[in-house]
Design a protein around this ligand. Structure first.
Ligand code: FE2
Length: 239
């Protein structure tokens, strides 16, 4: 089965588009202000009616920022973790105890950026809320796309693994951006779960990993930097 991968994102956030025989799956959206750029780039190649699913790796502002706008322009359903519903409803991320930044550079970034709010989204009947790790809506449709629960960056983090090609779309379960060190995501809510999610990614033997930030990288990077996670001291967010 042919699944073609495109990336119509920018240098900050990737917007992966999976073209499947059942239509297009968009992986995440982007910052609230990026909707027009996305729509322009998308419509150069496909009509918006081709979008059948939006796979939300988690609720953050740079992933769900223009989800509501996109839903208003197509009939797609949103596949998401149940823990994403509450923050989508408020447009605000929680900062659970123990969460923090994985480097001083990342902490600095948060001070410069300020605020991580996004327009709230009420999904109504557009949501396909996952009901446990055995609930695999894409595989039920015959697509070789297996959803992995990858908590740690956030509680609702999920990834999409193409069992045919070995490509793994990990959202923010790992990061390859300039401000991330050793593929560690700049914000980590639960370091133990985050490390376990790296183990889970490695357990499916991916061919290549496609993060939401930065270029795709080889899974050997996770092996190389895995032990740093056990020593990682997070920098708490400013109050
Ligand atoms: Fe994130």
């Amino acid at each position: 089965m042919d699944i073609a991968i495109y990336n119509i994102g920018n240098y900050v956030v990737n917007n992966y588009i999976l073209q499947t025989p059942l239509g297009i799956i968009v992986i995440d959206t982007g910052y609230p202000g990026d909707a027009d750029r996305f729509l322009r780039r998308f419509q150069k190649r496909w009509p918006l009616s081709e979008i059948k699913y939006i796979f939300l790796t988690h609720h953050h502002d740079d992933h769900a920022g223009f989800l509501g706008t996109l839903l208003g322009k197509c009939d797609a359903k949103v596949v998401l973790h149940p823990a994403a519903l509450a923050p989508l409803h408020t447009g605000k991320s929680e900062e659970p105890p123990g969460a923090g930044y994985s480097s001083w550079l990342a902490s600095l970034f948060s001070k410069v950026k300020k605020g991580f709010m996004f327009p709230p989204v009420d999904l109504g009947n557009r949501a396909i809320v996952l009901n446990g790790e055995d609930d695999q809506p894409f595989e039920q449709l015959g697509l070789p796309l297996h959803i992995l629960y990858l908590p740690g960056h956030t509680a609702d983090s999920i990834g999409l693994f193409c069992t045919q090609s070995g490509d793994l779309f990990c959202g923010d379960a790992a990061m390859n951006a300039i401000i991330s060190v050793a593929r560690h995501t700049i914000w980590i809510e639960d370091p133990v779960s985050f490390a376990q999610s790296w183990d889970k990614m490695l357990s499916v033997s991916p061919h290549k990993i496609f993060p939401s930030h930065g270029n795709p990288f080889w899974p050997r990077d996770l092996v190389k930097y895995r032990h740093f996670l056990d020593q990682r001291k997070l920098i708490p967010p400013a109050k």
